[in-house]
Write a protein that binds this ligand. Sequence first.
Ligand SMILES: Cc1cc2nc3c(=O)[nH]c(=O)nc-3n(C[C@H](O)[C@H](O)[C@H](O)COP(=O)(O)OP(=O)(O)OC[C@H]3O[C@@H](n4cnc5c(N)ncnc54)[C@H](O)[C@@H]3O)c2cc1C
Length: 439
Amino acid sequence: MTTVDEPARTGRKRTSIAPAVGPRALVVGAGIAGLAAATSLHRAGWRVLVCERAPARRTGGYFVRLAAEGVEAATRLGVEESLRTRLPVDGLITGVDGRGRTTSRVEAALVEDGVSLALVRGDLEAALWEGLPREVEVRFGTRPRAVSPAHGAVTLEHDGVESTERWDLVVGADGVRSTVRDLVFGPEGEFRHDFDHVVVSAVLPRLPGELVEGDYVVMVEPGRSAHLMAMAGHDPVVFFTYRTDLPQAHGTAPTTRPVEALRAVYGGFDGLMPEVLDLVARAGATHADTVGQIHLESWSRGRVVLLGDSAWCPTLYSGHGSALALAGGESLGSHLRVTGDTAPDVPSALAAWEAERRPATDVARTAARRARHFFLPGNRVVTALRQAALRVASQPWAAGLLRTAGRRSTRTGRPERVPREDVHRTVTASSGPGRRIAP
Ligand SMILES: Cc1cc2nc3c(=O)[nH]c(=O)nc-3n(C[C@H](O)[C@H](O)[C@H](O)COP(=O)(O)OP(=O)(O)OC[C@H]3O[C@@H](n4cnc5c(N)ncnc54)[C@H](O)[C@@H]3O)c2cc1C
């Protein structure tokens, strides 16, 4: 897996004022889940240390739509003020085939629910970072080498130097390739359900063709898609997903040589794609990995709990990974309140937290398993059906119906039911009909 991000302008150093009393929690990973958990645990009375293997805080990354549950959690954490949606509602979502021909076009306003936010991952991490209480200590360039779930003993390594300490709680928020999970629960292969897809993302130095801010272009052929977003106040972002069994992918090494792999897989595309590939080659990939879900029977063992993608990764196809990571981290503290200086019964609290969080993650993973076929059609028949569905969605009468349906579901204020509607919303958000996009 490759993950390359620009270091943030702020955050290489952070001075903290750790409190002297209270139980101690170690959070591994300063991503969305880790930062949300660190804040909520601090508020619940814990002394928190976050260790992050990267040398500095990450920025940019890739496009993330933060679903309603995530926006609500951000509000409870007090960080929603700095989150602004980056896809203007007057934008257009355009579907294009491999020959560069426009196959569908939808107004962005049609797929907006007025609640979820179109962001880059770095927006969320920056907001959580700004909101992180000063008392939370953060150590960059630091990773765990050994973890004992029964005693909470963790060996951390920084600059080749190892030290071991005991913690009342250890939170593994270190992503889908989690080291904490490997050390405590077992090798990833036991829990990973591979989709046999690759995902590569990049931040482009400029917009290709004649695209303007607000344009969202989806280039689709059987087994291959690319989503390009011209975001407000941010360099354009693009992500590619394709099947690993494509003949064009044979012999490529997407996780270590993503740019070469993209040229092999998308080299036959016409229209905007040649220019997009050149821009990716200039900028480099920010993320390159295979796509797979994580399924564990239990997310905790003794004093160790997994959180976010490390515990339940639903994949990008669910459109809910970041919301679940944020809400899961935010709710951890409410189950682990400290009374006086005494830690709660950690295993029981973690079991109660898991019982609360399980249903939403199950729904998101099921939705992603269904959505992957529509998101990345496997053959020409599914591709044609997808285009037909989007052409219907772009008709004025269908648009009216969808708008009304969207308003009605927002008004009811029901707890979010992620899957079907969202699958279609996500897919619609990645397409649209009409003219050829100028290369
Ligand atoms: C291209 C793409 C598009 C996506 N689109 C969406 C979307 O539209 N909507 C949505 O909700 N979700 C989306 N997702 C998913 C979402 O980004 C993830 O679910 C979310 O980022 C998970 O957050 P996390 O904090 O659990 O893990 P991560 O974001 O992976 O963070 C893990 C952190 O742990 C650190 N770390 C890793 N290993 C160690 C170690 N050994 N020691 C210390 N630190 C370590 C990492 O450096 C990182 O900072 C998308 C994902 C991708 C790849």
